[in-house]
Design a protein around this ligand. Structure first.
Ligand code: UN1
Length: 498
């Protein structure tokens, strides 16, 4: 057994959670428990499961402050954003508590007399859910809540760095009435999880795989699921573009770019990747964005700062690799330095002790163009690219050209421009005069291309991930009526003309 310690990224001498990492057999055993518990859970009427979700929502709300504090301590998200994240769990429960009284199927007319057709939503079985550290409460709830509501059992493998948050979340689900075998939490490392999943899928213990994380890992898990004839729910990376047209309201643009580029230290899958600005206003936008970034306060996530530390040293190392992609053609701005903030590489206005945590300078890289590594690499840190364009078509090509397609934004007030952008942008989500991040909890969330396999989470749409349609026909005519063969045709006169 390996012990894992998640440390406070603002003060990495302080251990937040200590867990024993599970081995693959333990993962498989959890899948078996959840699998065995599923028929009983599915037999509870959906409205009663909806009551459980309601209770979980109220408990999360009552514990909002404590859970948000844990989010800030364990992964370094600014406290105001952590409160927002936990609110998103509450919102998700609020949406799905009523779904327990719907989970609608349809009655469908038959082409024959004395026969009726129906559809039913049927739970898929046991779902294995693998989530990332950056949204340790909200994103798991997008899976857990609808999966449980619709009669599935769940094995949840959270990111090791967010283990404490996951264990706390699970306790809230149990206190709300979810039986312990219906939701199992297994903290394990990536390779162990893959091995455990492989076995559990082979043994028929898992019917659905949900994964939020990198495109590379998503591809491997997608292959694994595909080998077992399953379509996973994959929510992967993004390189989210923001297109700024000449008629844009520039204050809004700068505020939006700061929030979506550097909020959560750029570690959202919806973070702003590259800002594409019309050439006529490029210099103005660039100057204002750089000035605002230079002024922004970084540091202690419990203070009033734009962003705190990155989640862990591993994210800092990744950020440094991304910085190495900057070439002579690029121009860099936004801070008093680049890379890790330390006493010797200080950031003006920093709050706290930079040497105690994994704090990083915000970096704006200008002159991004196709062909640059930074054009099509998801950076997942406080790094924002900038580039310019002359026509909307060119902007759309730049916005789509890297093959990611998660979130996107356009700033303009011209209806023709906005509708053309909506039609041509390949992303699954677009914002008009709003940033690439900050999706609401009841609209479909998900991406295309390198950002996912087209699956969608949230709202009614995620039900298609956690239920399968069963269709039924009921013939009460007492005779064998043959579809497509016993036709009912009314007389008509096809030669009739006015
Ligand atoms: C993610 O980073 O995986 O839209 C999800 C947003 C958040 C969710 C991000 N509500 O930015």
């Amino acid at each position: 057994m390996t012990t894992f310690e998640s440390r406070n990224p603002s003060r990495f001498t302080s251990v937040v959670t200590t867990v024993e990492l599970a081995d693959a057999p333990t993962f498989v055993a959890a899948c078996r428990n959840a699998h065995d518990a599923q028929p009983e859970w599915a037999s509870i009427p959906a409205p009663a499961r909806g009551r459980v979700i309601a209770q979980v929502g109220r408990l999360v709300e009552a514990n909002k402050d404590a859970l948000s504090r844990l989010v800030t301590e364990e992964i370094g998200k600014v406290f105001a954003e952590a409160l927002g994240e936990v609110q998103e769990v509450v919102d998700t429960c609020d949406f799905f508590l009523g779904e327990g009284r719907r989970l609608y199927g349809q009655t469908v007319p038959s082409e024959m007399r004395d026969k009726q057709l129906f559809t039913f939503r049927v739970p898929v079985g046991t779902a294995a859910i693998v989530t990332a550290a950056n949204f340790p409460a909200a994103v798991p709830s997008w899976y857990l809540v609808p999966a449980l509501l619709s009669g599935n059992t769940v094995v949840w493998k959270p990111a090791e760095h967010a283990a404490g948050i996951a264990l706390a979340m699970a306790e809230l689900f149990y206190a709300g009435g979810v039986p312990r075998d219906v939701l199992k939490v297994v903290v394990a490392d990536g390779p162990t999880t893959y091995d455990g999943l492989d076995t559990a899928l082979t043994k028929g213990l898992v019917q659905k795989l949900g994964f939020t994380g990198s495109t590379d890992v998503g591809r491997r898990l997608g292959e694994l699921a595909g080998r077992h004839l399953q379509s996973p729910c994959l929510e992967l990376g993004g390189k989210n573009p923001m297109v700024v047209m000449p008629d844009a309201q520039l204050d809004l643009v700068v505020e939006g770019a700061l929030f979506s580029g550097f909020g959560s230290a750029g570690q959202r899958c919806t973070s702003l990747g590259t800002m594409w600005v019309h050439r006529d206003i490029y210099d103005t936008v660039r100057d204002r964005f750089i000035a605002a970034t230079e002024k922004a306060i970084v540091g202690d996530p419990f203070a009033d700062v734009l962003f705190g530390p990155v989640i862990d040293e591993k994210y800092l190392i990744n950020h440094e690799k991304n910085l190495a992609m900057i070439t002579d053609r690029h121009r860099v701005g936004g801070s008093t330095g680049i890379g890790r903030i330390t006493a010797t590489n200080p950031r003006a206005g920093f709050i706290g002790d930079p040497d105690a945590g994994w704090f990083v300078h915000p970096t704006i890289v200008e002159n991004i163009a196709p062909g640059d590594a930074l054009y099509d690499t998801e950076t997942f840190g406080p790094l924002v690219g900038m580039g310019s364009f002359d026509t909307l078509d060119e902007a759309i090509e730049l916005a789509n050209g890297h093959g990611y397609g998660l979130s996107s934004a356009i700033y303009s007030n011209d209806p023709q421009t906005i509708w053309r952008f909506r039609e041509k942008i390949s992303a699954g989500m677009l914002s008009v005069n709003n940033t690439t991040s900050g999706a609401e909890a009841h609209l479909p969330f998900g991406g295309n291309g390198r950002s996912g396999n087209g699956s969608r989470q949230s709202g009614i749409w995620v039900l298609d991930q956690f239920t399968r349609w069963q269709s039924m026909n009921w013939d009460y005519s007492g005779s064998l009526q043959k579809a497509q063969m016993d036709l009912i045709e009314l007389p008509c006169d096809m030669d009739y003309r006015l």
